[in-house]
Design a protein around this ligand. Structure first.
Ligand code: CA
Length: 224
């Protein structure tokens, strides 16, 4: 069983999990089930999951936050399972990066069909497109643009984009000004490290709320 691949279900209702397992296995998928977002994220790290089905109302970390975290380093298809129409507004309005959603109660057959559809679409996606999500800011290296949590699209200058991409892809790490200069401007750049500060200031101005933290006496860090 599992010739079509592994689907991860993050859902705290056992009955839904049992029902879905039946339908997905009948279609050749392997369905793995976790009860909480934390456990689901842990399972994803094994790297074999083709798509995730994600309940919004979970104990602990909710599905919206789990979706954001998955999107910060993976572009696997995500289908949200919602219980209320107000949650649909959140999924659509927040642009958290989900591919699709179904509202409970849903037909398992319908959900299997949606999964197959998102898998087909994701396989048609150009592989060079990569994006990083930082606190809801989606940084898209294919389009070289940033979408804010409110859905506003910002296109910074080429250098500003490269700087943000470098910081975001090293999230959580403190990077010194000279390290940043070398990586973004190149080894033979003779300018001052103040150049970095000027560009960071521009990014903060264009992207209000972007979590670029100043580490005094050292440099910068994007909080992860
Ligand atoms: Ca639930």
């Amino acid at each position: 069983m599992g010739a079509s691949g592994t689907i991860l279900l993050i859902e705290d209702e056992e009955e839904i999990a049992d029902l879905l397992r039946l339908y997905f296995e009948r279609e050749g998928f392997r369905l793995v089930h976790r009860n909480t977002g934390e456990q689901g994220l842990e399972r994803l790290r094994q790297g074999d999951v083709r798509a995730a089905l994600l309940d919004i109302g979970l104990p602990g970390m909710d599905g919206i936050e789990v979706c954001r975290r998955i999107r910060s380093d993976s572009d696997i298809p995500i289908i949200m399972l919602t219980a209320r129409d107000s949650e649909v507004d959140k999924i659509v309005g927040l642009e958290i990066g989900a591919d699709d959603y179904v509202t409970k109660p849903f037909s398992p057959r319908e959900l299997v069909a949606r999964v197959k559809a998102v898998l087909r679409r994701s396989e048609e996606r150009p592989i060079s497109v990569q994006s990083i999500d930082v606190s809801g800011f989606v940084i898209d290296s294919g389009r070289r643009q940033i979408t804010s949590p409110e859905g506003e699209v910002v296109r910074p200058t080429a250098r500003e984009f490269d700087l943000l991409w470098y910081l975001a892809s090293h999230r959580g790490l403190v990077l010194s000004r000279s390290q940043i200069l070398e990586a973004v401007w190149g080894y033979d750049y003779f300018g001052e490290t103040r150049t970095v500060d000027v560009h960071v200031r521009q990014l903060r101005r264009k992207l209000a709320g972007i979590p670029i933290e100043t580490v005094w006496g050292v440099g910068y860090r994007v909080e992860g």
